[in-house]
Design a protein around this ligand. Structure first.
Ligand code: SF4
Ligand code: SF4
Length: 412
């Protein structure tokens, strides 16, 4: 891999731009990079594209030059001209061709919080007006429809109609102990709708008093974080917290690690307990509230980036899997903190679907090397990305969310 291209020569600077999207800590972190390349060696985008300019290292160098050149002193000394639109576009494209998997952050020997840096960089690129066209579409969808796909938000709970025992109230209840926040992908994508159906069926069997928010559920804000659109986030946060409080719920559960992470890190409501489905399920299982039958299957587990490296939830999904009688569990060669991304994160699919599929290919090959019949994960986006690849390439491998695995084992 070569980094011979001079980033400094590609990137000039614009005196109109400030460095306000970065914290002081982040500006200092730019100076801490030792050019060791560990982040480049581990990056799934670099491996899949064979392009070193998608690496954290390349991005660090570019960002350092931009930040320096924006300061008045450097601007005067270096007499840099403003960036050409082509130069900005080049750097922006490389920055958005990243799954935000956080693997680079995990291996950085000097502890630079690279994932946070990429989020700030995306915000900067949006503020600077150099972002992929798809980002504008995401923004319009969120503002007009309150979901990332631009669907009619009134249809957010329509997946309930596909249940075997569809409840009359559609799980929209005035008051409940628990709110199940489905998230945009599980609510609107047919491939992912099996997940809310499975979780609702399990909660029904376990007599959990829960409700959906229906059209009052708005996007959690994760796509805004990944797209550099956090300027519009606050309205969504306040709306969602209020909607949960109106149900009188003290707990909220997510099958989506990204929604879960947003609530943990950016909502922090204080009066509402926050659970990922794997945590909620293992609690129910341990209390004997989930009747399980034997399931003779060999399965492996893929740690979703946002649940694993993002939230450090590694044990609960494994405990849930191994609580099912008859299951043989095998680990992937790269697991837990080292788990390789499926290709579905960071809005990459919207920006570069081909690269996303290439990353998925490497993931599926790793899964097949274990001999497992099924890969289990805890994320609808991972399910969607891996199923899409497996179906397109006619690969004999079952892809299941952890809720679907429990649903399979449920004694009816
Ligand atoms: S977050 Fe993942 S895809 Fe993005 S630069 Fe880091 S390792 Fe590469
Ligand atoms: S791993 Fe950290 S120190 Fe090494 S090149 Fe990447 S950002 Fe720099």
């Amino acid at each position: 891999m070569t980094f011979a291209i001079s980033v400094a020569s590609r990137l000039g600077a614009s005196k109109d731009m400030g460095n306000k999207d970065y914290s002081v800590r982040q500006l200092m972190e730019l100076e801490a990079c030792t050019n060791c390349q560990a982040c480049a060696d581990i990056c799934p985008a670099v491996s899949a594209a064979g392009d070193g300019e998608l690496s954290a290292l390349f991005r660090m160098k570019g960002l350092k030059e931009i930040v320096k050149a924006r300061t008045a002193l450097f601007h005067r000394i270096l007499r840099k001209k403003g960036l050409s639109p082509e130069e900005w576009k080049y750097f922006s494209d490389a920055s958005f061709r990243c799954t935000l998997c956080g693997n680079c952050q995990e291996v950085c020997p000097v502890g630079i919080r690279l994932k946070d840096l990429w989020l700030s960089l995306r915000q900067d690129l949006v503020h600077s007006g150099f972002h992929p066209k798809k980002i504008t579409l995401i923004k319009e969808n969120l503002e007009e429809s309150r979901n990332v796909f631009g669907e009619d938000n009134e249809e957010r709970g329509d997946w309930v109609e596909d249940m075997r025992d569809e409840p009359e109230d559609g799980y929209i209840r005035e008051q409940a102990e628990v709110v199940y926040f489905t998230g945009c992908t599980a609510a609107f994508f047919p491939i992912a709708q099996k997940i809310p159906i499975a979780l609702a069926e399990i909660m029904d069997t376990s007599n959990v008093d829960f409700t959906l928010l229906g059209e009052e559920e708005w996007c959690c804000g994760f796509p805004m974080l990944g797209a550099g659109l956090m300027d519009i986030f606050q309205e969504f946060r306040e709306h969602n917290i209020q909607a949960v409080r109106e149900k009188g719920a003290g707990k909220i559960v997510f099958a989506c690690p990204s929604c879960y992470q947003m609530w943990r890190e950016y909502y922090r409501p204080g009066d509402i307990e926050i659970y990922h489905a794997s945590q909620f399920l293992i609690d129910l299982v341990k209390k004997g509230r989930v009747p399980l039958k034997e399931l003779n299957m060999t399965v492996t587990y893929h740690d979703p980036c946002d649940l694993g490296r993002g939230a450090h939830v590694y044990e609960e999904p494994r405990e849930v899997i191994q609580a099912i009688p008859g299951i043989t569990f095998v680990e992937l060669p790269h697991t837990r903190e080292e788990c390789r991304c499926c290709g579905g994160g960071g809005n990459l699919e919207m920006v570069d679907a081909k690269l996303s599929a290439e990353i998925a290919k490497a993931k599926i090959e790793e899964i097949l090397s274990t001999g497992a019949q099924a890969v289990v994960t805890s994320c609808q986006q991972c399910v969607r990305t891996m199923i899409t690849y497996v179906r397109r390439n006619k690969i004999s491998l079952e892809v299941l969310d952890i809720t679907e695995l429990i649903q399979k084992a449920l004694k009816k």
